[in-house]
Design a protein around this ligand. Structure first.
Ligand code: AMP
Ligand code: GLY
Length: 420
């Protein structure tokens, strides 16, 4: 079969590679994709992820079996609803269900209603009420724009002053437009973060192995928040009981709750978690695969991913099996300046190492050469019996093939070693 994947980043590159491993899959189209994907025989299609009409026409013309949606924006724009209305098969949540990511206050209400453990919070549209609440609670405290803000709408404030400033920017200065006209002010949770993702169909939840993202730009979790600078799996310092609790007390009630609210969720549900002394607590839900978590999690899946999607689309249950030995580490190489204004146009080297896997993101074609065009350029993923072995392979390659005007973190996965 031919399948269509929506999106253009490293996450989509990883999903497409996994789909191409399937004997069921002949072609993976990726709209819009990126030219780096061609190295793995993925076919970019020049249609924007927001152009539902053209995407539907393409899927019909090419006779694609189904479509898979990578990023959140098309989901929140209702791409699943539009494809279904056109009689096409598509895997992902409807617009109503994607609200679990699209509105933090909706997610908070869902968690309150279905007893899902999360940081204590209140939602505000009025600045002076928000200010009073912050002054009452004290710092550290977390301020979140309600809607999508490309990962930039969260301020972990270390002082009351900073929290009030961030709230002022959102509510009074329209810093994030409509996304920030409502803010969620949340208790600061102390503990290790982990990402728990699952395939979901209505109330059926099929969890994946957990991973840990690195959101800050620089080594030692310094610098500004980014889309994610690298990830690894498994996360040995998170005990198995913590993961079990998160599956039982977070993922399952969330899926069940969405169904009860008349917003049944089918797709990938992502719970951003903090392991607190009181157990796992949610800091966010996403309605899709994580980037860069996917690039390390999917290589551990032993099932045929296309078969898994086929089965879920046909209402069948699935039995997932995962690599149980070793570690997967993924390191993002980003353009100098990212996540602020960054350099573009630098040449991306050719990598040929057999035991490394490349996922391209912000790259474009310039007269047959691959050059940088975005903030996160590519991710290198490797397997190792230990984290050090996987890190060793990646960092040696990156040292040998230094790319001008780029940077990467030297400590992806190191937290697992410090906590041993
Ligand atoms: P988000 O965009 O929701 O993933 O938030 C970005 C980052 O802010 C997360 O990866 C956490 O490191 C941090 N964060 C969000 N909420 C909290 C919280 N309640 N307590 C502590 N840190 C948080
Ligand atoms: N890695 C975080 C995210 O995908 O939202």
């Amino acid at each position: 079969m031919k399948v269509l994947l929506i999106g253009s980043g490293g996450r989509e590159h990883a999903i497409a590679k996994k789909l191409l491993e399937s004997p069921l899959v002949e072609t993976v189209y990726c709209a819009p994709g990126n030219p780096g994907m061609k190295k793995d025989a993925i076919q970019p299609v020049e249609i924007m992820e927001t152009d539902h009409r053209k995407l539907i026409a393409f899927a019909k013309e090419e006779g694609v079996a189904w479509t898979f949606v990578g990023p959140e924006i098309p989901l929140l724009n209702g791409i699943v609803d539009d494809f279904m209305a056109a009689g096409l098969s598509i895997f992902g949540p409807t617009k109503d269900a994607a609200l679990i990511e699209g509105s933090k206050s909706f997610a908070k209400d869902l968690m309150a209603q279905f007893n899902i453990p999360t940081a204590e919070s209140q939602t505000f549209t009025d600045f002076s009420q928000a200010k009073t609440y912050i002054e009452q609670k004290g710092a550290p405290i977390v301020v979140k724009a309600d809607g999508l803000a490309a990962g930039k709408g969260v301020v972990v404030a270390m002082s009351v002053q900073e929290a009030i400033g961030a709230t002022f920017e959102m509510l009074e200065k329209d810093r994030f437009g409509a996304s920030g006209q409502r803010v969620v002010i949340e208790e600061f949770l102390n503990g290790e973060e982990f990402s728990l993702l699952a395939f979901v169909r209505d109330e059926n939840v099929y969890p994946m192995v957990i991973s840990q993202d690195h959101k800050r730009a620089y080594n030692g979790d310094e610098g500004p928040n980014t889309g994610g600078m690298g990830a690894y799996t498994p996360v040995p310092q998170i005990p198995e009981t913590m993961i079990e609790e998160a599956i039982e007390n977070v993922l399952k009630p969330a899926a069940k709750g969405m169904k009860e609210l008349g917003r049944p969720f089918t797709g990938i549900l992502y719970a951003g978690m903090i392991a607190t002394p009181q157990g796992p607590k949610v800091i966010e839900f996403n309605a899709r695969f994580g980037d860069p978590e996917t690039q390390v999690v999917l290589p551990r899946l032993k099932n045929d991913l296309a078969q898994v999607i086929n089965d879920l689309l046909q209402g069948k249950s699935v039995d997932l099996t995962w690599e149980t030995q070793g570690y997967r580490v993924g390191v993002v190489v980003a353009a100098e300046g990212y996540p602020h204004d960054y350099q573009t146009g630098m040449e991306i080297p050719n990598f040929s190492e057999d035991d490394l896997s490349l996922c391209y993101a912000g790259v474009k074609d310039d007269k047959g050469r691959l050059v940088g065009s975005g903030g996160r350029l590519y991710l290198i993923e490797a397997f190792g019996e230990t984290i050090e072995e996987a890190q060793g392979k990646i960092y040696k390659t990156l040292k040998d093939k230094k790319t001008d005007h780029t940077f990467y973190r030297m400590d992806i996965g190191t937290k697992a070693l410090l906590n041993k």
